[in-house]
Structure formats: structure tokens, C-alpha cells
Design a binder for this molecule. Structure first.
Ligand code: C2E
Ligand code: MG
Ligand code: MG
Ligand code: MG
Length: 283
């Protein structure tokens, strides 16, 4: 009687695995197709200086437009892209589109920047770095205007990603640690890592008065002389708290959601117009 049972179980397992594979294949196929048909779009979320309220740049966030008009969250398909080996192609797509959409505005505003999210797999070779250098040359954008964001997961194998990361910094691209506090943060590696900006994860910004560790994150970033961006700033109380505690920059719905390129540019021009004193300094 056990023989048929074990055969049955194996069949069940085989069926399950093949369904899983089919699903991954289908999604991979759909994602490849989306890249090919340019169904991925970029939105830009402003980053503002808390002291002045002035925009200093934006983060590029990818969106997948579905045929029914809805948008799929990058939290879902970035993982998929990482698992199916399509992330390099996706990153290349994002980088190319950032320049196509934003280079002109960046040239007109040499102190503004665009931050681009990269994955650990993008740091296993210099292919993307070479592409960035090429695009900056071609479009006349300064390297300091293109920041790269990496989550702590990208630092899980520092012996692989470390040397490439160092080359980004040598080339003058600011490097940000994204979602800080949610990953593998070990204080010792943070000290060794050569990064410029720490982005405090939004989970440390929500209900700030109940968060005991946030002031320590801020102190630590300050002692490492890192600039700080608070993510997910949703209300004026949070903004005041962050400013009081010495965080320089904020990003969140209080200022704006991520917007399509032209809408972001319009938003930024309005913002800079309201802060004209400083924009005179820039020109
Ligand atoms: P992230 O880089 O930490 O981006 C910030 C996320 O917080 C964005 O989610 C943004 O829409 C959301 N957000 C902004 N302001 C607020 C706020 O005030 N409150 C709340 N609750 N959320 C806010 P989004 O666009 O869904 O992106 C999710 C994640 O997907 C990103 O997190 C990033 O890790 C990844 N991602 C997005 N675009 C790319 C990309 O082009 N390449 C790669 N590799 N990853 C990307
Ligand atoms: Mg980010
Ligand atoms: Mg983040
Ligand atoms: Mg995130």
C-alpha cells in the first residue's frame, strides 16, 4: 500500500514544481515582453531639503503598466526580475530612460540630481557603470547628478560588490544605502562601507514619537558623516521632528507622490520658483 502512496506523493510534488516553473516562465516572459514593448514607465519622486523646502532632486521609481490600466508595484516585479536573471536588463532600461527623460532638465539645473535604484546583481560587473559614464558624456550630465541607491541586501557579499561599488564612488556617483535599518545592517560593515547618503527606511519615520531607535540611527549617520534622507515623510509633525533631529532631506507624500517625468519637472519648477532667492544663486 505504501508504494502507490509514495508514487502519488512524488507525482504531486512533480506537478507542483512544474506549475511553479511554468508560472516563473510565464512571468519572465511577460516581464521580457513588457521591457520590449516599453510597458515599464518611470515616475520621479521629489527629494526636498527640510530647512528650506527646496527640491534637490528626485528618485526614479519604475512602474509596470498592466493592460487593464492598473500598475504593478515594483516590490513584486523587482524580486521577480532578480530571480529570473532579468534585473540587469531592467536596470539598463531604467538608466537609459532616466537620461532620455531627465538629461535636459539636469543640464539646466546642475545642482539637481536623479537617484536610481540598483540591485546587487548590477554590481557584479562594470557594464552598467560603463553605460552610465557613456550616457553622462553623451548628454552632458555631471556624474554627481546621478546617485545610485542600494539596499543593505546588496552588501551581503561585500567581496563581490565592494570593488565595483568603489569604482562608482571613484567615478563621482553618490552612493546611497536605501531602506536603512531593515536589512543586514551590521555596524561594523557600515563603517567600512564607503557610502555618501543613508536613506532612513519609512518604517522608522511612521509614528515617530513611538520610535526609540530613530534618534540613534540619526546619531550614527551623523558620526559617520553621512547625509541623511528620511523616506516616507507623510505629515508636518514628522517633518518638524526630523528637522529638529538634524536630518537634512526628506521624501514622501507630504511633498509629492512619484510623478511622471513632465509632471515632476512642472512640480520642481513651481517649487524652485517659490524659493527664488536660492534659485538665483544657482544660475
Ligand atoms: P524605495 O527605493 O525605498 O522607494 C521608496 C518607496 O516608498 C516607493 O515605493 C515610494 O512610492 C514609496 N513612498 C514614497 N513616499 C511615501 C510615503 O510618504 N509613504 C509611504 N508609505 N510610501 C512612500 P515603490 O515605488 O512602490 O517602490 C518600491 C521599491 O521598489 C523601491 O523602494 C525600490 O526598492 C524598488 N524599486 C523601484 N524602482 C526600482 C528600479 O528602477 N530598480 C530597482 N532595482 N528597484 C526599484
Ligand atoms: Mg530607493
Ligand atoms: Mg527606500
Ligand atoms: Mg523600499
Amino acid at each position: 500500500v505504501w508504494m502507490p502512496v509514495s508514487i502519488f506523493i512524488s507525482l504531486l510534488a512533480a506537478a507542483f514544481i512544474s506549475r511553479l516553473l511554468t508560472r516563473m516562465q510565464t512571468s519572465r516572459y511577460r516581464l521580457a515582453n513588457a521591457l520590449k514593448h516599453r510597458a515599464l514607465t518611470l515616475h520621479y519622486q521629489p527629494v526636498v531639503e527640510l530647512q528650506s523646502g527646496r527640491v534637490v532632486g528626485a528618485e526614479a521609481l519604475v512602474r509596470w503598466q498592466q493592460s487593464d490600466g492598473t500598475q504593478l508595484s515594483p516590490d513584486v516585479f523587482i524580486t521577480l526580475a532578480e530571480q529570473t536573471g532579468m534585473i540587469n536588463e531592467l536596470s539598463r532600461y531604467v538608466v537609459d530612460n532616466v537620461f532620455a527623460e531627465m538629461a535636459e532638465w539636469l543640464r539646466e539645473h546642475p545642482t539637481q540630481h536623479i537617484a536610481i535604484n540598483l540591485a546587487a546583481q548590477d554590481l557584479t560587473s562594470t557594464v552598467l557603470l560603463d553605460r552610465l559614464n557613456e550616457l553622462c558624456d553623451e548628454y552632458g550630465v555631471a556624474h554627481h547628478q546621478i546617485a545610485i541607491e542600494l539596499t543593505e541586501r546588496s552588501f551581503a557579499q561585500p567581496e563581490i560588490t565592494g570593488p565595483i561599488l568603489a569604482r562608482y564612488r571613484q567615478a563621482g556617483y553618490p552612493v546611497c544605502i536605501d531602506d536603512f535599518g531593515t536589512g543586514y545592517s551590521s555596524l561594523s560593515y557600515l563603517q567600512e562601507l564607503d557610502v555618501d547618503v543613508l536613506k532612513i527606511d519609512k518604517s522608522f519615520i511612521a509614528a515617530l514619537d513611538r520610535k526609540r531607535v530613530t534618534p540613534h540611527i540619526i546619531d550614527m549617520a551623523r558620526s559617520l558623516e553621512l547625509e541623511m534622507v528620511a523616506e516616507g515623510v507623510e505629515d508636518a509633525d514628522q517633518e518638524a521632528w526630523l528637522h529638529r533631529h538634524g536630518v537634512q532631506y526628506g521624501q514622501g507624500w507630504l511633498y509629492s507622490k512619484a510623478l511622471p517625468g513632465p509632471a515632476f519637472i512642472a512640480w520642481a519648477e513651481r517649487n524652485l520658483g517659490q524659493n527664488e532667492d536660492e534659485s538665483l544663486l544657482e544660475s
